[in-house]
Design a protein around this ligand. Sequence first.
Ligand SMILES: *[C@@H]1O[C@H](CO)[C@@H](O)[C@H](O)[C@H]1NC(C)=O
Ligand SMILES: *[C@@H]1O[C@H](CO)[C@@H](O)[C@H](O)[C@H]1NC(C)=O
Ligand SMILES: *[C@@H]1O[C@H](CO)[C@@H](O)[C@H](O)[C@H]1NC(C)=O
Ligand SMILES: *[C@@H]1O[C@H](CO)[C@@H](O)[C@H](O)[C@H]1NC(C)=O
Ligand SMILES: [Cu+2]
Length: 392
Amino acid sequence: MRFLLVLAPLLGATVTTAAPSKDAAMILQDLQKQVEAELQETHQAPAPGRHGGNTCTLANAAIRRDWYCGPLLLFHFLLSPGERKEYIRAVKCLWTSPSVDPAFSAAQNHFDDYVAVHMNQTNFIHGTANFLTWHRYLIYIWEQTLRSQCGYKGYLPYWNWFKHQTDLTKSPVFDGTDTSLGGDGEFLAHNGSVVGAGRIWLPPGNGGGCVKSGPFVQFTINIGPVQPAMQGYTPVFTDVKHRNPRCQRRDLTTAASVSTFTAANLLNVTVGAASATIGTFQDELQGSLGTLRLHGAGHYAMGGDGSDVFTSLNDPAFYLHHAMIDRLYWIWQVLHPAEAGKVNGTVTFRNNPPSRPGTVDDLLEMGGLGPAVPIRDVLDTLGGTPLCYVYR
Ligand SMILES: *[C@@H]1O[C@H](CO)[C@@H](O)[C@H](O)[C@H]1NC(C)=O
Ligand SMILES: *[C@@H]1O[C@H](CO)[C@@H](O)[C@H](O)[C@H]1NC(C)=O
Ligand SMILES: *[C@@H]1O[C@H](CO)[C@@H](O)[C@H](O)[C@H]1NC(C)=O
Ligand SMILES: *[C@@H]1O[C@H](CO)[C@@H](O)[C@H](O)[C@H]1NC(C)=O
Ligand SMILES: [Cu+2]
């Protein structure tokens, strides 16, 4: 007792001097609340709609939710184990559906078609004006296809980077259970990853080989690798007919997630210096020369197939990662309405080779996955042309 009394003043002093700083997950929740309040003000009625007759409202919009499911099962903004299994079932259904793209004959099924379409356009959809909108539209088609072809009733979940970033093996996305998207790969000695245009080295994790647990271990991938960041994974891709059947590889790389999925980086892109314009926002989010940013860190945190800029869609977590990117884009757009409808950049990868500036009239091409639409049609997730969703 006397001991406690002696300690009490010290504890008091500690509490007052070191005000607890909010962690990134809490900051993200605050941003979410701000965005919801803003939308309540501005989106009571449907946005005018570019083709007239927009019926999308906040009340009928789809809600994309967090894959995470911790002890807070009662909260409706987290996916329940049953909902996660339904999503997994639908992804398996795509994997066993026929390919619709005869031109890209390496694609063996409809899961591969997505890898193929992305691979074919890699140099025109990254480091470009259409990076955010192209990927937004791609994952929308993926979501709608899971619903229309595989009977999935939910919407695309996202991987919340700001939870479990200090130990990815504990993340419900990667914990290897049957409600995850698979665990780490088998251990395979390698030299880590060289990223950020050769300027950053990430140490290897404990994996590197075939994903050894979870719902997709039996599934074969067929396209690539083209340019995996993970060392010791030799690119073999030759052309659109070159099928390379193999297991999916992963190397959960906490060095990437822990250094990048921080409160400072989250604040910077949403309300800080980097949030000022579409140009600074997308560069800081996506990553540029010599930097490891939120977009890149997610890919390098997956390692293996997920670290390949051309064919990272071979890792089914790609879609949850890009949903999180899209969520930050959505948050940023609501908080920066004057910039939300703009694009910045050219039509080639970091303007190499030099090309014209992109415009909102540029078409987002999806090959056989779905109809091309102009960028302007997907700038507003509540625009109804065709998007109608929010995040929670
Ligand atoms: C690759 O993309 C280009 C441009 O969008 C398209 O014309 C071509 O048909 C695609 N090739 C394959 C094999 O999908
Ligand atoms: C790692 O790098 C060292 C030194 O460059 C090299 O000798 C070794 O073969 C590499 N190991 C693998 C698995 O690539
Ligand atoms: C925030 O973003 C700006 C603009 O991209 C960048 O110059 C700055 O280094 C970033 N700050 C932090 C703390 O990362
Ligand atoms: C695009 O954004 C960059 C900042 O990232 C800026 O320097 C540049 O002027 C912008 N370009 C246009 C055309 O607005
Ligand atoms: Cu991409």
